[in-house]
Design a protein around this ligand. Sequence first.
Ligand code: T46
Length: 132
Amino acid sequence: MEIKYIEATTKSGLRWNLSFIESNNQIPFDIKRVYYIYDLFDDWMQRWNHAHHNTKQVLFCINWKVKIWFDTWNEIQEFILGKANKWVYISLMVWHYMTDFSPWCILLVIASEVYNENNYIREYASFRKLIK
Ligand code: T46
């Protein structure tokens, strides 16, 4: 189980910045899917609550900011996304959820697998049993 910030490489000029991350470089897998979550108007308390059997992801907050919590059995870590070159990487089997997002938040996710509901663990008790 691994969770870490990833810093995008940034090029800067007098009046510009350009940041990038690449597959198998800063992103430690081949990219199979990109999705994004936005218009979180009715969903202001907490979101997600799941882990993945076999999907690795990197997350980036394009707009505003969001707090993401990761639970790896013996530890709960909090990460804040909202800086222009800061991404977070989550490996397999990490329970995660987000809080403190605004309706204007846009969260971009790059994933190592295409969508498959069988990759999800959505019951916390099952997650705890699996990682024991
Ligand atoms: C995650 C967090 C950050 C698809 O059809 N294709 C997709 O690629 C995705 C991600 C979802 N869906 C469908 C499945 C559900 O019918 O969209 C609906 C909402 O998905 P879900 O309830 O899984 O959404 P979130 O926001 O709870 O979780 C998503 C990702 O599923 C999850 O992998 O880590 O965002």
